[in-house]
Design a protein around this ligand. Structure first.
Ligand code: OAD
Length: 248
């Protein structure tokens, strides 16, 4: 099997009993959402230790909120692209059973995907730094938002460096990884754990791995098919190759 073969990927997907997807920032790149690493990546321009850690927030909540407000504003102006739409189509046809995303941009749900596990949280979700209040912002944050229940500072309900992923979400994710016989991994550098190791859980159970990325990643040696190119172009091409009798 040739690693760059679109037909080989379509064949694996069309035979899947339980296909799941893992996505990263690259799937939203063609929606104009910046990725974290690589050329133009956010972590090239901004220091993660100043913006995305609990101690950064404790030190300077104003700065952290300014950065999140800027990203909320940016993402509010972006729209899902053909890669997001293809995953919606597969979910509606029963081909894709669930979607695990590292992205906080919410574009999968905006595209129409419903079975989405956002392992790093969501840019619009907030939680209180003092009580148990959880909420959502409907527009970019102004200043430091306050808790409607107790008046303490709200913080973005996203996973920061040094923090654990939500237990309930992780239980659902591992249940999906245990069920999956095929995982399609789209637009992630496969550098941040635990998400980077999710595909290997599927592989350990003899599942098949398909990777879509503009470049090779640490995961590439382990995949069955690596499709090199843009997700927004390759996923619709893959969809076109799937036989209608296997996807409807
Ligand atoms: P990265 O920015 O690390 O990687 C983006 C990946 O997308 C790279 O491998 C690119 O080659 C690829 N890529 C770029 N454009 C693409 C396109 N059009 N089509 C397909 N692939 C493309 O993003 P993540 O892997 O998602 O964590 O980063 C993982 C985590 O690191 C993020 O969730 C975030 C970050 O720090 C937290 O905020 C906790």
């Amino acid at each position: 099997m040739h690693k760059g073969d679109l037909g080989a990927a379509a064949s694996i997907i069309s035979k899947a009993q339980h296909l799941i997807a893992l996505t990263g920032a690259g799937i939203s790149k063609e929606s104009n959402v910046p990725t974290f690493r690589g050329e133009d990546g956010l972590w090239r321009k901004y220091n993660v230790m100043d913006l995305a850690t609990p101690s950064a927030f404790a030190r300077n909540p104003q700065l952290v909120w300014e950065w999140y407000s800027w990203r909320q504003d940016l993402i509010a102006k972006c729209s899902p692209n053909p890669a997001h739409h293809t995953l919606v189509k597969w979910e509606r046809k029963g081909v894709l059973k669930s979607l695990i995303s590292q992205n906080v941009d919410g574009l999968h749900r905006r595209a129409g995907s419903s079975n989405v596990h956002e392992v790093h949280g969501n840019l619009w979700a907030v939680k209180c730094t003092s009580c148990t209040h959880l909420g959502r912002l409907s527009s970019p944050a102004q200043g430091i938002p306050e808790c409607p229940s107790c008046g303490a500072k709200l913080r973005p309900d996203v996973v920061w460096f040094g923090e654990s992923l939500d237990n309930a979400v992780m239980q659902q994710v591992y249940a999906e990884l245990e069920r999956a016989d095929v995982i399609i991994v789209v637009g992630t550098s496969a550098l941040v754990h635990p998400a980077a190791s999710f595909p290997l859980v599927v592989k350990q159970r003899d599942g098949r791995l398909v990777e879509v990325n503009i470049e090779e990643t640490p995961l590439t040696p382990s995949v069955d098919v690596h499709l090199k190119g843009k997700a927004g172009e390759l996923l619709p091409k893959l969809d076109a190759l799937l036989k209608s009798d296997t996807v409807s």
